[in-house]
Design a protein around this ligand. Structure first.
Ligand code: NAD
Ligand code: TYD
Length: 331
């Protein structure tokens, strides 16, 4: 099977490529990535020389580039996106371009070259805040910020290609991921790396917002299952089944690293901050998905990885990231 992975130099995409090539040596993967601030070829250093892997630098909004790489593939898995809510609040334009328009470009090219399967990686954030219970795939989309609104646009557009053109689309909506190679602007890697540097952990608002945490390797297994057995035209939630408040996350990290609670610093809340994400993963379980990782063990693995791979994140944190961090936390 020839697969085009977009955004494969990012967090989930790089983990997915590693997982797929490790599991199925007959797969050929082309990774199309623009290498934005969070795209990093070091995430794939261990597989860059594999004969069935190819990296192409390119932007999913560029029709010519996309057509060049899509013409020979059987499947597309679209991870490429701007992904950080706080950055989308500062400036939404790249989010609309990549997440929404880029998905349109990919869908059109895939339709033209008759790609057999198109997996759109959406997010649980498209449902918006869920005060109680859990959103299922039929519930209405109610995004609250420019990131989730752009992702909701792409999600609906992808489905519309199935309904209108009978084009073989499947949409996946994973909950918050964590694990190795996650860019240290997101809650878990930010807090781990700050704590390792004895820097404060900036908790937004009262710290009681809830996220449903999913270990990245389980996400990879879920995507692989849907790639092979998922039903065309369907939407699948991927739930981590581990709901935690942000303050609970901070406390777990402090305890594991043996750092003082005084590192927690309450800061001004994020505008439009969704209180609680919660999705129902039963549909994917009916397809055969069983989560392999227990949250606590996966957190330990993740903390260990950041402890042992300082050079990976120190390089990031001492570069352009510093300017972003200053701007974001000086609010
Ligand atoms: P990430 O920010 O780590 O990586 C995104 C990748 O996309 C980077 O390699 C970047 O260079 C690339 N990219 C950005 N713009 C591009 C463009 N115009 N053309 C080509 N490549 C481009 O993101 P991630 O956390 O790995 O998320 C991957 C996907 O999963 C995204 O679609 C995201 O919305 C979705 N998702 C993420 C999470 C999560 O918790 N991380 C949860 C649910 C869904
Ligand atoms: P984040 O990792 O940005 O993911 P998302 O907003 O897409 O779910 O944030 C996860 C939660 O952590 C969210 O409730 C916002 C909160 N948060 C903080 O309290 N402090 C921070 O510095 C960051 C980045 C996030």
């Amino acid at each position: 099977m020839n697969i085009l992975v977009t955004g494969g130099a990012g967090f989930i995409g790089s983990n997915f490529i590693r997982y797929l090539l490790g599991k199925d040596p007959d797969c050929h993967v082309t990774n199309l990535d623009k290498l934005t601030y969070c795209g990093n070829l070091e995430n794939l250093a261990d597989i860059e020389n594999m004969p069935n892997y190819r990296f192409v630098r390119g932007d999913v909004t560029e029709v010519k580039r996309v057509e060049e790489v899509i013409r020979d593939v059987d499947c597309v898995i679209n991870f490429a996106a701007e992904t950080h809510v706080d950055r989308s609040i500062m400036n939404a334009s790249e989010f609309i371009m990549t997440d929404a328009y880029g998905t349109y470009v990919l869908l059109e090219a895939a339709r033209k070259y008759k790609t057999k399967r198109f997996l759109q990686i959406s997010t649980d954030e498209v449902y918006g805040s869920i005060p109680s219970g859990a959103a299922n795939e039929e519930d209405r989309l109610n995004p609250s910020n420019p990131y989730s609104a752009s992702k909701a646009g792409a999600d609906l557009l992808a489905r519309s290609y199935y309904i209108t053109y009978d084009f073989p689309v499947i949409v996946l909506r994973p909950s918050n991921n964590f694990g190795q190679y996650q860019y240290p602007e997101k809650l878990i890697p930010l807090f781990i790396t700050n704590a390792l540097m004895d820097m404060s952990m900036p908790l937004y608002g009262d710290g009681k917002n809830v996220r449903d945490w999913l270990y990245v390797e389980d996400t990879c297994r879920a995507i692989d299952l849907v790639l092979r057995d998922g039903k065309i035209g369907e939407v699948y939630n991927i739930s981590g089944g581990s709901k935690k408040t942000n303050i609970e996350i901070a406390e777990i990290i402090l305890k594991e690293l043996n750092k003082p609670k005084e590192l927690i610093k309450f800061v001004r809340d994020r505008p439009g901050h969704d209180r609680r994400y919660s999705i129902d993963g039963a549909k994917l379980e009916r397809l055969g998905f069983v989560k392999k990782f227990v949250f606590e063990d996966a957190m330990k693995k993740t903390i260990d990885w950041y402890r042992q791979n300082r050079q990976w994140w120190e390089k990031i944190k001492s570069g352009d990231f510093k300017n972003y961090y200053k701007k974001q936390y000086a609010r």
